[in-house]
Structure formats: structure tokens, C-alpha cells
Write a protein that binds this ligand. Structure first.
Ligand code: PLP
Length: 379
């Protein structure tokens, strides 16, 4: 998967500080998780069944959603949600150009047209820019809670209500994030999540899920993920196969129970960065007091980004860029006819953003070293 190139950390000063550390995560849970997986597999149901239902119920309990529908990936969560809303050819969906490509790809995969609107200094979809591109063909707005930061859900919700549009939250990066205490995914018609290995709530492979309060959409989503079947022999509509398997459900249930600790560690790391990074060189948009940010990533904006990334790598510090090329400038987007300059805020950010290590296994000393190395670069 192209989650942007990681600048890996070769030999440098001190122990390497990796951008992510999934091996450390597994080492910490292997003794519990190994037997739990074996026990679930021994029951002989490897797709569907009790483990998946349990995971869905636990996500409902955690987020307050009425329904959770587990699917095979975050991309499928978006595609199937669009399908369940009957969005397709002739329809337009408004989305930001600075997301992971899956947000836009999902819109294209159902035959609809992605319409981009620029973003705010904090990388969230700009409601004023959205308002300017609404047309009679617009069916939905797809805000993205990029980095774990909740987008402007109140303004976007008001626009959607005024124009009779659905809101499809791309909350792939924001499980556990809240706004005024309400969970990501609970603001829209549907909320779509990824449990890709690099997410805060992560599977050991591809996985995703949708939350919704709409009973009818939940029925459609359950059908669409399972070939349109309503029972073993009755196909109500054409669907696909996008089911979560037992291993992923067992892993996700285990990790959901640990998630609050993971989020606390990431929030602690973010607070340390905030205290240590010099705002003269490093722009980090402050979080609103209403926000509880899960810090999927810690993205700063700075000058001479590429040189800094190399300098960090030379000092053994991993970092990443989410994402260096905005979606409207990707080769796949050529038919949409965009040019550099169409979305100036997203484009300027793409050249300046850098994701610093924020994972839960970092120690305060690691964060201090990252901050000190950045300070040294700009000195
Ligand atoms: C914003 C965003 N949307 C959608 C996706 C797609 O999720 P997945 O990789 O699980 O298909 C991702 C995951 O990388 C994402 O970050």
C-alpha cells in the first residue's frame, strides 16, 4: 500500500527512532493474542460469525453508533457507503484534494464525479470552499478527518442539511477522535473507518468498518458486503465480497480494549512536541478546545521540508509525508482537468508537511531528541 514513502532511519546518532513500530506492538500483545486467535480458529468459522458480531457490537458501544458494519478495508467502507446511498454515474461528491487517494478513488469507483474543494490551514475541508462548488448534481459531501483532526462537521452538516446532501465522513484516520464529546463517524449519514495496520485501531491485515444510525443503510451495507445476499439463496441486489475475517475481528476486539491507553500515549507525545517545537520554524495548527484528537499522525508544516527529512534520517529519526502529491495532480486524475494552482492551500501544504513519529512506544527522551534535532537543523 502506498501510504507515502517512509524515510527509514539508517545509522545515526543514538538508537534509531522509527516512524512506526508494529513489531513492538505485536511483541507486547503476542502472549494474549496468539492463543486468542488459535482458539477462535479452532471453532471452525473463519469468515462471519461470533467474532465479527462481537467486534461490531463493541464498536457500537465505544462510539455510540446504532449500527456497525465490518468490511474488508477502509476503501470498501467508502465504496459500499456510496453504493448504499445510491450514488453513481451523473452524481457529484465534494471532497478535499489532500486526503489519501482512497477518498477520491471510492467516488470514482462507483461511477460518480469527485469535485474537490480546498482546505483550511489545519488541513480540514473548508466549508466555504464546499459551498462554492455545490451544484444540482451534488449528492454528498465527504469530509476527511485527516491526521485524526475532526473536520468542520458543524458547518458541513449545516450545508448538507440546507442542500439536502448526504455526509460521508472519511474517518479512516480518526477512530477515537471526538468533537464536543461526539465520536468521529457520528456526524455524517455514515462514518467510514480503516483498520489498516498503520491506523491507531489496527488489524494484522486489511480491515475497515462503517457506522451509521440509519437502519435502512445498515441493511444495504450488510447485503452489499456479501454479494447482495439476504439469505443463503436470495440475491436482493448486486453486491461484492467485502467481509471481515475472524482473525482480524479477534485482533481488533483485543486492541479496541487497549485503545484508550494507545490514544493517551499518542496525546501525551503530541503535547510534548507542542511544548518543545519552536513555532518560529515549525507550524502546528492548535487543536480547538472542543476537539479530542486521536493523533493518527502528528503533521507539522515547515520550510525546507525535504532537507529536514533527510537530516532527521541521517540522525536515525524516521518520518513520513501524508501526502506529497495532492490527488488532483495525480496521473489518475488527469481526466478531471485540474492544474497546479487550482487548490493553492492544499498544494502549498503538500510541499511543507512532515509527519513526525508519534506512536505509543516512543519515550519522552525520543520526542526530546526529535525536537532537538529539528532545532539543530534550523539553527
Ligand atoms: C483518509 C483515508 N481514507 C481512506 C483510507 C483507506 O483505508 P484502507 O487503506 O483501509 O483501504 C485511508 C487509509 O489509508 C485513509 O487514510
Amino acid at each position: 500500500m502506498s501510504h507515502a514513502a517512509h524515510a527509514s532511519a539508517p545509522a545515526g546518532n543514538g538508537t534509531p527512532i522509527p516512524y512506526v513500530d508494529l513489531a513492538a506492538q505485536f511483541a507486547a500483545e503476542q502472549q494474549v493474542l496468539g492463543p486468542a486467535i488459535v482458539e477462535a480458529l479452532a471453532q471452525g468459522q473463519w469468515i462471519g460469525g461470533a467474532a465479527i458480531e462481537r467486534f461490531e457490537l463493541e464498536v457500537c458501544a465505544y462510539t455510540g453508533a446504532r449500527h456497525t458494519i465490518a468490511v474488508a478495508s477502509g476503501t470498501d467502507a467508502l465504496v459500499l457507503s456510496l453504493r448504499a446511498l445510491d450514488i453513481g454515474p451523473g452524481d457529484e461528491v465534494i471532497t478535499p484534494p489532500n486526503s489519501f487517494v482512497a477518498s477520491t478513488a471510492a467516488i470514482v469507483m462507483v461511477g460518480a464525479r469527485p469535485v474537490f474543494a480546498d482546505v483550511l490551514p489545519d488541513q480540514g475541508l473548508d466549508p466555504d470552499a464546499v459551498a462554492r462548488v455545490i451544484t444540482p448534481r451534488t449528492r454528498a459531501i465527504m469530509p476527511v478527518h485527516l491526521t485524526g483532526r475532526i473536520a468542520r462537521v458543524e458547518e458541513i452538516g449545516a450545508l448538507a442539511e440546507r442542500f439536502g446532501l448526504a455526509v460521508i465522513e472519511d474517518a479512516a484516520q480518526a477512530f477515537g477522535s471526538r468533537w464536543r464529546g461526539v465520536h468521529a463517524g457520528r456526524f455524517g449519514t455514515v462514518g467510514c473507518f480503516s483498520a489498516h495496520p498503520l491506523k491507531n485501531l489496527n488489524a494484522v491485515g486489511d480491515a475497515g468498518f462503517v457506522v451509521t444510525d440509519d437502519d435502512g443503510l445498515a441493511v444495504r451495507l450488510r447485503r452489499l458486503r456479501n454479494n447482495g445476499l439476504v439469505d443463503r439463496n436470495t440475491v436482493a441486489e448486486w453486491g461484492t465480497v467485502s467481509r471481515l475475517d475472524t482473525i482480524q475481528a479477534v485482533v481488533l476486539c483485543h486492541r479496541l480494549a487497549q485503545l484508550d491507553g494507545v490514544l493517551a500515549a499518542r496525546r501525551h507525545n503530541a503535547a510534548r512536541y507542542q511544548a518543545l517545537l519552536d513555532p518560529a520554524h515549525v507550524y502546528w495548527p492548535a487543536c480547538a478546545p472542543e476537539a479530542f484528537n486521536s493523533f493518527h499522525t502528528f503533521v507539522v508544516q515547515l520550510d525546507r521540508r525535504d532537507a529536514l527529512q533527510q537530516f532527521l534520517a541521517a540522525h536515525g529519526i524516521g518520518s513520513s509525508i501524508h501526502y506529497p502529491v495532492p490527488i488532483h495532480l495525480q496521473p489518475a486524475a488527469r481526466a478531471l482537468g485540474h492544474r497546479p494552482g487550482d487548490f493553492p492551500v492544499a498544494e502549498a501544504q503538500a510541499a511543507r508537511i512532515l509527519s513526525l513519529p508519534i506512536h505509543q512506544f516512543l519515550r519522552d527522551a525520543d520526542i526530546e531528541r526529535v525536537a532537538a534535532t529539528i532545532a539543530e537543523f534550523y539553527r
